[in-house]
Design a protein around this ligand. Structure first.
Ligand SMILES: Cc1cc2nc3c(=O)[nH]c(=O)nc-3n(C[C@H](O)[C@H](O)[C@H](O)COP(=O)(O)OP(=O)(O)OC[C@H]3O[C@@H](n4cnc5c(N)ncnc54)[C@H](O)[C@@H]3O)c2cc1C
Length: 496
């Protein structure tokens, strides 16, 4: 069989590319180094608990519009995923008593925020309304490859105003727009946190397109939790891929992308096996793709340039906790952000992210227990060159510092603990196959919005990249966008 496309990796970006291509009739082979699909959207099971390895706050599982890309990717291969609506995106626990919930209902969220900043009511409304404008543009058109001129022409003629709107916002960052309307320094810090908690950079470095998407879709399609855990999304995509005639192999680590006369023609696995395909797609990060899978000395100029513009974000220290249900006060929400000092927002162990998915899907834990996934930024450098006992001791100390901080919102957490597993940047590197365990690319300095984020084609003919180091960046729905775009470009290139 001639393979049309070989996809290296079964993260959501890789799987959406694979399923979209298979649905169009292409012969697709996915090669995954790990035991199950999903990458950062995978899961693991311990003592009756099913933990999400990373993502838990899921956009893109809504029913309406065009930006519900996970729902669309699943239905393209005739599968579906039950989604449980989350009434509150985040409960923020921030410095100076800034305690507020981002309600699914837009006006309720605005009222909650305005209650803390009455003098900024107009600025708050103007900023978030402008985000809604960006979203309306995105949500009016099919989201496919911006590298495909005929598609661009078609959407331009169908939605000229939306396209002009998006072109206007593409080079802008959310912080600049916020500063046009808002003056209160604490409120601007809040906007920084609103961005940081998914872009891992403050608002002046967060592209307005992404901010428009997140700050609006949470009130439109909403945040929804997949019944059975986040890992179900990848499992269902694989089911659909196989139904559509595609194949996936696990424990199939690609060690080399093979090239002939400068073109990508195949891949070699760690066990020496070689596969050849008409197109090769890497769902590994760009750092892994261009330094591990291809010779570093032959790195294309535009990839060097990309690395000058973007750096690896930190990884995370992750606590996967099982607790007695009595630990959670009545009315506890699923997702929380905890920070005590604004100066530490971007520091290691500054911001703590918390998800309690069992509040939405109790079946993920034994009866009477809940899962708390708490994670906080950490850099790999702090975890290198430790003896096994030093590593264990350091993990334990760090974990208890986080548990102590969480005691403020979950009193009795310490005594209610039933299970604790701690992951470090080394764990993320090892199990997710991501260099330094990074969460994804972040700008090295302030860039012009999303203008410098690369699309799917690379300088190496027949080689494409997909996932969070391509346009538009991190997050499940974002990498699904990248998957739709990548498959669209390949389908056009191959004449499907
Ligand atoms: C702790 C944490 C919390 C997060 N929270 C959220 C959230 O709440 N909401 C949200 O939307 N996003 C969240 N994210 C981000 C989101 O999970 C990622 O942006 C997204 O899943 C990345 O998808 P991807 O397809 O780019 O790649 P990945 O998920 O990294 O998948 C790449 C796949 O390729 C495989 N692979 C790599 N190299 C090779 C090779 N050489 N050979 C074979 N296979 C290979 C890997 O094993 C992996 O399966 C979170 C991430 C983390 C780490």
């Amino acid at each position: 069989m001639t393979i049309d496309a070989i996809i290296i990796g079964s993260g959501i970006g890789g799987l959406v590319t694979a399923t979209q291509l298979a649905a169009k009739g292409a012969k697709v082979l996915v090669l995954e180094r790990y035991l199950i699909p999903g990458g950062s959207a995978g899961y693991f099971e311990r003592q009756g608990y099913r933990f999400d390895v990373g993502a838990s706050m899921i956009f893109g599982l809504g029913q309406n519009g065009t930006t519900n890309l996970l729902t669309r990717a699943l239905s393209a291969v005739n599968v579906s995923q039950e989604a449980i609506a989350d009434p509150v995106q985040i409960h923020y626990h921030l410095p100076q008593g800034l305690d507020l919930k981002v309600d699914r209902v837009y006006e309720k969220f605005l009222q909650n925020l305005i209650a803390h900043f009455r003098h900024e009511e107009q600025g708050i409304r103007r900023f978030y309304d402008e985000c809604q404008k960006v979203f309306k543009c995105l949500n009016s058109m099919d989201l496919l490859s911006l590298e495909e001129p005929r598609y661009l022409l078609r959407v331009f003629f169908q939605h000229p105003l939306a396209c002009l709107g998006l072109a206007k916002y593409l080079p802008q960052n959310a912080g600049d727009v916020a500063r046009r309307y808002i003056k209160d320094p604490q409120l601007l810090k809040f906007i920084d946190m609103e961005c940081y908690c998914w872009s891992v950079v403050p608002s002046d470095m967060t592209p307005m397109i992404n901010a428009g998407m997140v700050f609006s879709d949470r009130h439109y399609g909403g945040v929804n939790y997949p019944k059975g855990g986040v890992g179900q999304i990848a499992q269902k995509l694989v089911e659909g891929l196989e139904k559509a005639g595609g194949q996936i192999q696990y424990q199939a680590r690609v060690t080399k992308i093979l090239t002939e006369q400068g073109k990508a023609v195949g891949v070699q696995l760690a066990n020496g096996k070689v596969y050849r395909g008409k197109r090769i797609v890497s769902n590994a990060t760009r750092w892994d793709t261009f330094t591990q899978l291809l010779p570093v000395e032959a790195m294309p100029h535009n990839e060097k340039k990309w690395q000058q513009n973007y750096q690896k974000s930190p990884s995370f220290l992750s606590l996967h906790i099982g607790v007695k249900e009595s630990v959670l006060p009545a009315g506890t929400e699923c997702h929380h952000i905890v920070l005590e000092d604004w100066e530490k927002m971007t520091a290691a162990e500054g911001t703590v992210f918390v998800s309690i998915p069992t509040l939405l899907d109790p079946d993920l834990a034994p009866n009477g227990y809940h899962i708390i996934h708490a994670f906080t930024p950490h850099w790999i450098d702090d975890w290198q060159e430790l003896s096994p006992s030093e590593y264990e001791a350091k993990k334990e100390e760090a974990a208890w510092r986080i548990i102590d901080r969480l005691e403020k919102i979950f009193p009795g957490l310490d005594t209610g603990l039933d299970y604790l597993e701690v992951g470090t940047p080394r764990t993320h590197r090892r199990f997710l196959g991501r260099q330094d365990g990074t969460y994804g690319p972040i700008p090295r300095r302030k860039l012009r919005g999303l203008l410098k984020m690369p699309f799917n084609r690379t300088a190496i003919p027949e080689l494409y990249c997909v996932g969070d180091s391509t346009f538009p960046g991190q997050g499940l729905n974002a990498v699904a966008f990248s998957g739709f775009a990548c498959a669209h470009r390949i389908a056009v290139d191959l004449g499907f």
